[in-house]
Design a binder for this molecule. Structure first.
Ligand code: 5GP
Length: 212
């Protein structure tokens, strides 16, 4: 059976380039699977149901919460966002490293429920660069941009809760850096417990042999 995959959280300020980074990770490497979230926000131009998000009504979202169909959820700038349970569990069992691109409230719920999850925080090199990227994207109104920048300020307070921060200056460099972190994290004892138990058990026979 395949070794269970790593449940990864990729958070970062809106405009930090998380979306592009994730697409690049999925393009280059075959060990990742991307979880598609459920949200009550309206689709942006070009977004498709089931691809960027599952776009649902508030009622549908609340029903899913009641059925325990989400492993975490949060309210972000007036809309619900949550991670559907079934896909994540299925992919982890298959040995895939599952990426959740979620904000900080959700990330903290994940860390609590799954202590062996890996939390990465993506940040642009500076606050000025973040503003420039958000304005350059052209998909949001100035009011929404202002709200998101204010929210970024709040989220900056929570960066210490993450396992690693990654500065996204150059896309290719940053993609490789994330991949290296994930591979190193595979060998953290918290994720190798079955192996550790086995080797400890086997070592016992040496001790017994020495006592004879
Ligand atoms: P956007 O509206 O720009 O697509 O996403 C807004 C924020 O919601 C981003 O910070 C994104 O990471 C976060 N988000 C997306 N999906 C989820 C989710 O399933 N759960 C949580 N907690 N946050 C999410």
């Amino acid at each position: 059976m395949a070794e269970k995959g790593i449940l990864m959280v990729l958070s970062g300020f809106s405009g930090a380039g998380k979306g592009t980074l994730m697409r690049r990770l999925l393009e280059i490497y075959d060990n990742y699977a991307l979880s598609v979230s459920m949200t009550t926000r309206s689709p942006r131009e070009g977004e498709r149901h089931g691809v960027e998000y599952f776009f649902v009504t508030k009622e549908e979202f609340e029903q899913t919460i009641e059925k325990e169909g989400l492993i975490e959820y949060a309210n972000y700038c007036g809309n619900y966002y949550g991670t559907p349970r079934a896909y994540v569990e299925e992919q982890l069992q298959k040995g895939k490293d599952v990426i959740l691109e979620i904000e900080i409230q959700g990330a903290l719920q994940i860390k609590k429920k799954f202590p062996d999850s890996l939390l990465l925080f993506v940040t642009p090199p500076s606050a000025q660069e973040l503003r420039r990227r958000l304005e350059g994207r052209g998909t949001e109104t100035p009011e929404v941009i202002a709200k998101r920048l204010a929210r970024a300020g709040e989220e900056a307070e929570g960066i210490e809760n993450y396992d690693y921060i990654v500065v996204n200056d150059d896309l290719e460099v940053c993609t490789k850096e994330i991949h290296n972190i994930v591979n190193a994290a595979r060998n953290n004892p918290i994720r190798r417990q079955a192996f550790i138990e086995k080797i400890k058990e086997d070592m016992k026979s040496f001790k017994e042999g020495a006592n004879e």
